[in-house]
Design a protein around this ligand. Structure first.
Ligand code: AMP
Length: 406
């Protein structure tokens, strides 16, 4: 069902208090300096639109995981300063997100003025989707806009509950853009449609794979999750990551794929590292671990697969070049360690060169592309890792479902 968009409200905004949920969950260093303002700038189109139309804008967001308690290190105060810089106008900052003082501040905003509420997650009621808390948030605005795609998969007070108490609830520009590109993948993908999945765990991706089997022509599986599939096929995987309780699931997925005529592509060779001694931190150990290339799909005991091999890169690149639509989520190896990042980086480069519609599901794949400076070469890089994966599972996100139907 199509949802009301910010532009549908164009005539309603002037002189109204517009309560907007944004995702200002920015990365901060130890001195609380914002190390990337990407999440703030991503919502600037919606923010500027409301201000230009003469709305009185009340922004709300979470930051980090303060677990329901006021914690100065998670204050959004630094975001208010940054936003003011980006907008070139003052941003009032409220010391809380609910209460009489906050209400007073919101009520005294003038047309074209903007304020930012303090971290929603200083109240445990936010994540609990508490109705009273939702009502208090709703009492601040006449109109609600959700531009926080990254939290739309969570039914929280500011994303879901609040919509029960405001008549007109619309999607912001960023939210709309996400729904458009991801929605087209589910509804109308150009064929061949290829999915590329990586990362550590099969268990996190089962639901996505199940849904993708109905949509795609092929699925490339790399990263740690590939080893559970290789094990299911009877290959030796040495000490590689393997979810033993998911081997039957992997078998089942491969059987279903065959029945639906969907090709599953697995690595045919590997970069392997000597298994770190027990008790040593995996990432630290891998920095200096002995490693080698293994030009076959089986791995000896004492070694574990940490990246796809050179022949696999070639094989995957060929498949990518034939696709017209590609969805990518998850690294092909332990890409945080330079010597094991090649597989992930080469996949990123291949996507950029493919000429296909390329949609990337946020998270690690998005960071790899950023490192490669190839983000702009993708059709769309999602701002929500978790949300985009749940979307690809075919589930309607609670933060989207709650918006007003057109
Ligand atoms: P996920 O959150 O499931 O997308 O997994 C991302 C993590 O998977 C990254 O931190 C990678 O280091 C890790 N990863 C990718 N390939 C492997 C592998 N072969 N062995 C262990 N971890 C891996």
């Amino acid at each position: 069902m199509a949802k009301l968009s910010i532009e549908d409200l164009a005539g309603d905004i002037k002189g109204k208090k517009v309560l907007m949920r944004v995702d200002f969950n920015v990365p901060l260093d130890t001195k609380r300096v914002i190390t990337s303002d990407k999440r703030i700038s991503a919502s600037l189109p919606s923010i500027k639109y409301v201000l230009k139309k003469g709305g009185r804008l009340i922004l709300m967001s979470h930051l980090g995981r303060p677990k329901g308690k006021k914690a100065p290190e998670f204050s959004l105060d630094v975001v208010a300063v940054k936003l003011s810089e980006l907008l070139g106008k003052p941003v009032q900052f409220a010391g809380d997100c609910i209460g009489d003082e906050v209400k007073k501040m919101a009520d005294s905003l003038k047309d074209g003025e903007v304020m930012l509420l303090e971290n929603l997650r200083f109240h445990s009621e936010e994540e609990a989707n508490d109705p009273e808390f939702s009502k208090k948030l709703a009492s601040l605005g006449d109109i609600y806009i959700n531009d926080a795609f990254g939290t739309a998969h969570r039914a929280h007070a500011s994303t879901e509950g609040v919509c029960k108490y405001i008549k007109k609830c619309a999607a912001g520009f960023l939210m709309e853009k996400e729904l458009k590109f991801l929605g087209e993948l589910l509804a109308n993908p150009k064929k061949p449609f290829l999915a590329i999945l990586g990362g550590a765990k099969v268990s996190d991706k089962i639901m996505v794979i199940e849904n993708l089997l109905n949509l795609v022509d092929g699925i490339i599986i790399g990263g740690g999750m590939a080893y559970t599939f290789l094990q299911a096929k009877g290959r030796e995987i040495g000490d590689s990551l393997c979810e033993k309780d998911k081997i039957d699931t992997a078998k089942d997925i491969m059987k279903k794929a065959m029945d639906k005529n969907v090709s599953i592509y697995l690595p045919i060779d590997h970069i392997v590292a000597k298994t770190p001694p027990k008790g040593v931190d995996f990432m630290t150990a891998l920095q200096t671990a002995e490693y080698k290339s293994v030009l076959r799909d089986s791995i000896d005991a004492g070694w574990e697969g940490v990246d796809i091999g050179l022949n696999t890169i070639d094989k995957f690149k060929n498949i990518i070049m034939k696709a017209k639509t590609i969805f990518w989520n998850g690294p092909m190896g332990v890409f945080e360690v330079e010597q094991f990042s090649k597989g992930t980086m080469e996949i990123g480069k291949a996507l950029a060169a493919s000429g296909a519609v390329t949609v990337v599901g946020g998270g690690d794949s998005a960071s790899a592309l950023k490192k490669l400076k190839l983000t702009d070469k993708m059709t769309h890089v999602s701002t929500g890792g978790g949300a985009s994966m749940e979307f690809m599972e075919g589930i309607e996100l609670p933060g989207v479902a709650a918006l007003t139907n057109k």
